[in-house]
Design a protein around this ligand. Structure first.
Ligand code: PA5
Length: 391
């Protein structure tokens, strides 16, 4: 269960937040709206492929960048225990250009059974292409011509270099649907296959997403609230978490909102903190720095009881008291806080939040009058980089 409190530590109270008209317009526009349908037609194939992968490797390597890996990592990190990792180990690569990382990775994979999932809708993105090429060399060395059975490509099934390569070499393929953009793709094969391989019930993610879709009032309120705050000069939103397992969920949120809305000189800058750690660093700025911030705090309870005899409370209770104390102190220092509270970190709750925030990023983009599904600014660096590499 998830509860939303957009009132207690918030100065701004909204009477009108009905965004149903925008939803209707979005559905009429019908551009890149595939994520909204919550299509489950691929679930059975994803689950059976995941079972096969789980039986045949020690390491499942996901190669992708941006929307091609962030959703999967957000869910897997949130669900996984801190120390005892199950097999297969799900690793991510191709999201940077670090020689150390790639070299260490290739060394690590040398004596492991490996299956690779290369994910790129366009098939032309530099970081995953470079990584994939190096990993394929290793696979060929380890498995000779059988290597192709150990590669799964998730890509556009209409066109692209990765599709051509997959067809030429006989890699199994999953689709990045044409009408779903990268950062909205976690509930397609892009996110679902790695999550299923990690051992989590992808049906439960959908159940949560479907619940969020049926109950849009909180999403409308949040979307309208952040838009109103933005118009009042609160141009930075901090996603604050009190469970470090959610740190990458906050990274996913930053990508979702930053890439969807940061266009044409507009939009809120999304940042994040991991608390209570960052109260002892950025907390100072939040409390007394420039008045441009608001917080969206995502608090997750834990049922792992640790009794603190000295305080006659559980650690979970103390964590919540810390969160509320911060919200109160910030409120008194003119920094408002929205609180989203999960009774536990579960696939259903994560599915709910994924749909909730995807919907909000889309609706908020309509309010800002920017397209939510493209990222023309990213091409700026890509074009220069490709040119410079050729030189
Ligand atoms: O959200 C997006 O669309 C981007 O972050 C893309 O996912 C990212 O640029 C990777 O693109 P591709 O899947 O084409 O390699």
């Amino acid at each position: 269960m998830i509860t939303f409190d957009f009132q207690k530590y918030q100065y701004q109270k909204l009477d009108n937040y009905d965004l149903e008209d925008i939803k209707v317009k979005f559905l009429e526009d019908n551009q890149m709206s595939g994520w909204y349908t919550l299509d489950k037609s691929e679930l059975a194939r994803i689950e059976s492929t995941a079972d096969r992968i789980r039986e045949n490797c020690d390491v499942f390597l996901v190669i992708g960048i941006g929307g091609s890996y962030m959703g999967a990592k957000a869910v897997i990190d949130a669900m996984s225990p801190y120390f005892k990792k199950d097999t297969p180990e799900v690793l991510f690569a191709g999201y940077q250009l670090s020689s150390d990382y790639l070299k260490d990775l290739l060394d690590y994979l040398e004596d492991k059974e490996v299956i690779v999932n290369v994910i790129s809708k366009s098939g032309t993105t530099l970081e995953p292409s470079i990584t994939f090429e190096e990993v394929v060399k290793l696979l060929k060395k380890k498995y000779s011509q059988d290597y192709a059975k150990r590669v799964i490509a998730t890509t556009s099934l209409v066109s692209g270099t990765l599709l051509e390569e997959a067809q030429k070499n006989g890699y199994e393929c999953f689709a990045v649907p044409e009408n779903i953009g990268g950062r909205f793709s976690v509930l397609s094969a892009v996110g679902l296959l790695p999550i299923a391989v990690a051992g989590y019930e992808i049906e439960d993610l959908f159940r949560g997403a479907e619940k969020a879709k049926e109950n849009l009032q909180d999403c409308y309120y949040y979307t309208m609230l952040r838009h109103t705050l933005y118009q009042e000069g609160k141009v930075v939103e901090s996603f604050d978490i009190y469970e470090p397992k959610l740190a990458f969920f906050a990274e996913w949120l930053k990508q979702l909102f930053g890439e969807s809305q940061g266009k044409e000189g507009k939009a809120i800058l999304p940042i994040s903190t991991v608390n209570t750690r960052d109260l002892h660093s950025l907390g100072q700025y939040y409390q007394e720095g420039k008045d441009i911030l608001f917080s969206t705090t995502i608090f997750a309870h834990s049922d792992r009881r640790i009794e603190l005899e000295k305080y006659q409370k559980t650690l979970d209770q103390v964590n919540k008291i810390a969160m509320e104390s911060v919200a109160q102190a910030h409120y008194e220092g003119h920094l408002p806080t929205n609180i989203i509270e999960m009774d536990e970190i579960s696939m259903e709750n994560l599915g709910y939040l994924i749909f909730f925030f995807e919907m909000s990023a889309m609706l908020g983009s309509y309010l800002l009058e920017v397209p939510y599904y493209d990222q023309p600014g990213v091409n700026g660096y890509k074009n220069i980089l490709h040119q410079k590499i050729k030189e």
